[in-house]
Design a protein around this ligand. Structure first.
Ligand code: 0RA
Length: 643
């Protein structure tokens, strides 16, 4: 039960000051629309409250005064956050007559300044501050250890229950905030130990030397996060299962005015790039100006070094951004005074000035590192040159494929069973998994407007290959020439020979694997085809239910249940499960899956394809950790893998 809230009492001679009005206004606004301040009022919102309090202590650590933060989940669902910083100041502001502590705890955005002193280097990490947590807590207690004394102030739903009071002695300094999220707002939501761990670990990586300790008193679980190496350790951990091109991650740290840039990077022998970026410890998953600056500096510094040391000849082309990011793992972390987060999810850093700051910090730091570590520099440049050559070779091979099989010469793939209709808007191309299903489709189709291209499934498995290698596969090349459009920058929708391209694969794991791969191919190399709605997925039935002479084609388990219910009492009902397209006769395939008047097909959206690309990347790419995480996260809903 939430405790009763006593009425706000004030000494009669004190009256309401301007700051009181602001306090009340802020508190009510926050309680009325909590989502506006903390995103949501479920478990995520609850976690947000805890993070917000932790971030205040992290700020104190960033200012250089705090080395330990202890977070405790208490049995009554309250949370205690304890740090060994300087302690929030408790002195009274001369005009408002309110203590600094109370101001911080009750005024929206009170973080930055109090009484002309700057109290926070970062201007707050998430920016909403402790007052929001206070307003959304049924009770909150602050203990401050400062000047040899222990001070305390208590609040209910953000309203002070008295002044800051000395209640004892203290032998060190620091702040302890304990709060209980208001059940009126958060219902019965409770904290998740592992989720909190993940975030605290990230914060520990981003603040080297800071110890974060989490304890759950209900279960006895405890975790301590402390990384002497900071983001260097982060990069090492991300690369821990890989072969790396240089033993030490490169580390760069520069402060320019009040902005701190910190970068750690290390190349592995894979093909993927992973740049994780943060601004004031907030994960900017959509990048932003700091990432733009980093990329620019990386490309420029590596090219400069390569030319200067004759690793690249004068007549050789510069390494491209793609070349220098292949196999790169990097953490880009900036700490700045007034971060502006942009975009729908506020996950992109917008501060324009940060691009140049990061670019010059990284440019300088990286060039110096390369000069001082010529062996590392050579390995890295060699890796980039290999990437560049592979890309060039792929481009040439692509051009050759296109030229050799160009439509001008009329050479279509041998396995294509084309249709007789010449108007593309009336034509359909079925990409069919397996030669046997391809055979049925050729027999069953309407050859006037339906073309069939059988694909050998296993051949398509380009696991662990660079994306461009996909184009070396005969099956993929056959698709490109059959469609006639060419790919990438050369893609020309005008040349499309079929306006409906239908992926027809089995309803099993291999089928969904091949479908994922084809979607990935279209997404990466012919995305306009998807945008213009030309790509479809055939929907073969999963079952045939036969009752007497009537056939029912059934496309899902629920549909099957419904039909069996309907047919109850019929003399003889027979259910047959189709595992593969090859099990259907040509007539059945036509009737159930290809006949435009009776079939159903899914039109592929950009989102579907992007999801497939992501799944492809995670499941078949060469990055082990995300694959593991993905499989674990989806272990209970593996059907999600079927797109
Ligand atoms: C402003 C000034 C000073 C400390 C803090 C803020 C501070 C805030 C929080 C919030 C959680 N833990 C904190 N620890 C410190 C100190 C100013 C001084 O001593 O001169």
């Amino acid at each position: 039960m939430t405790p009763e809230i006593p009425p706000l009492t004030k000494p009669p001679d004190n009256g309401y000051t301007a700051s009181d009005i602001q306090v009340l206004g802020g508190r009510e606004a926050v309680r009325k629309r909590p989502g506006m301040y903390i995103g949501s009022t479920d478990q995520r919102g609850l976690h947000h409250l805890a993070y917000e309090i932790v971030y205040n202590s992290v700020d104190e650590a960033m200012a250089g005064y705090c080395t330990k933060i202890k977070i405790t989940l208490l049995p009554d669902n309250s949370v205690r956050v304890e740090d060994n910083g300087r302690g929030i100041p408790i002195d009274i502001h001369p005009t408002t007559k309110v203590s600094a502590l109370e101001t911080v705890m009750t005024t929206l955005h009170a973080g930055a300044k109090f009484g002309g002193k700057t109290y926070q280097v970062s201007g707050g990490l998430h920016g909403v501050g402790a007052s929001v947590v206070n307003a959304l807590s049924s009770w909150l207690t602050v203990n401050v250890r400062r000047d040899g004394k222990l001070y305390q102030q208590q609040y209910r739903r953000g309203i002070p229950q008295g002044e800051v009071t000395p209640i004892g002695q203290a032998s060190d300094t620091g702040t302890t905030i304990t709060f209980l999220a208001d059940e009126e707002i958060f219902g019965k939501a409770s904290y998740n130990f592992n989720t909190l761990c993940e975030r605290l670990k990230e914060v520990a990586y981003l603040n080297k030397g800071l110890e974060l300790h989490l304890e759950d008193e209900q279960t006895g679980s405890e975790m301590t996060f402390y990384f002497e190496g900071g983001i260097t350790g982060f990069v090492r951990s991300l690369n821990r299962r890989r072969d790396v091109c240089h033993r030490q991650p490169i580390y760069i740290h520069k402060q320019i005015n009040s902005t701190i840039t910190e970068v750690a990077l290390q190349y592995n022998d894979g093909f993927n790039e992973a740049i994780h970026s943060f601004a004031n410890c907030v994960n900017t998953t959509d990048g932003g100006t700091h990432v733009t600056g980093f990329r620019a500096a990386l490309t420029r510094s590596l090219n400069d070094y390569a030319h200067k040391n004759r690793l690249l000849k004068e007549d050789e082309p510069n390494l491209t951004g793609d070349d220098v990011r292949e196999g790169l793992i990097a953490i880009v972390s900036v700490k700045l005074t007034e971060p502006q987060f942009e975009g729908q999810t506020k996950a992109k850093l917008g501060n324009a000035e940060i691009k140049n700051i990061v670019e010059s910090a990284v440019g300088e730091g990286l060039s110096l590192y390369l000069e001082e570590h010529p062996n590392d520099a050579q390995s890295i440049i060699a890796k980039c040159i290999t990437a560049s050559k592979a890309r060039e070779a792929a481009r040439k091979a692509r051009d050759l494929v296109i030229r050799k099989n160009s439509l001008d010469t009329g050479t279509l793939p041998g396995k294509l069973a084309d249709c007789s209709e010449k108007d593309p808007s009336l034509c359909e191309l079925f990409l069919v998994e397996g030669d046997s299903a391809g055979g049925s489709a050729k027999q069953g189709r309407n050859r006037r407007f339906q073309a069939i291209l059988p694909l050998r499934g296993k051949v398509l498995n380009v696991e662990k290959a660079a994306p461009d290698r996909m184009l070396a596969h005969a099956e993929i090349r056959a698709i490109i020439t059959a469609l006639g459009t060419n790919i990438d920058d050369e893609f020309d929708a005008q040349k499309l020979r079929y306006h409906r391209i239908v992926l027809m694969t089995d309803a099993d794991v291999d089928g969904s694997h091949i479908r994922t791969l084809l979607l990935t191919f279209f997404f990466r190399h012919m995305v306009d085809l998807i945008n213009q709605g030309h790509l479809f997925i055939a929907q073969p039935p999963l079952f045939r239910v036969r009752a007497g002479k009537a056939n029912h084609w059934v496309y899902s388990e629920t549909e099957k249940e419904a039909i069996l219910e309907e047919l109850k009492g019929a003399r003889k009902v027979e259910v047959q499960r189709y595992k593969g397209l090859g099990e259907m006769s040509a007539e059945q395939l036509w009737e159930t899956t290809m006949n435009p008047t009776s079939r159903s097909m899914l039109n592929v959206t950009l989102e579907d394809a992007a999801r497939a690309d992501h799944i492809f990347h995670v499941l078949m790419g060469d990055e082990v950790p995300p694959r593991k995480a993905f499989i674990q996260a989806h272990a209970k809903s593996v059907t999600n893998l079927d797109i």
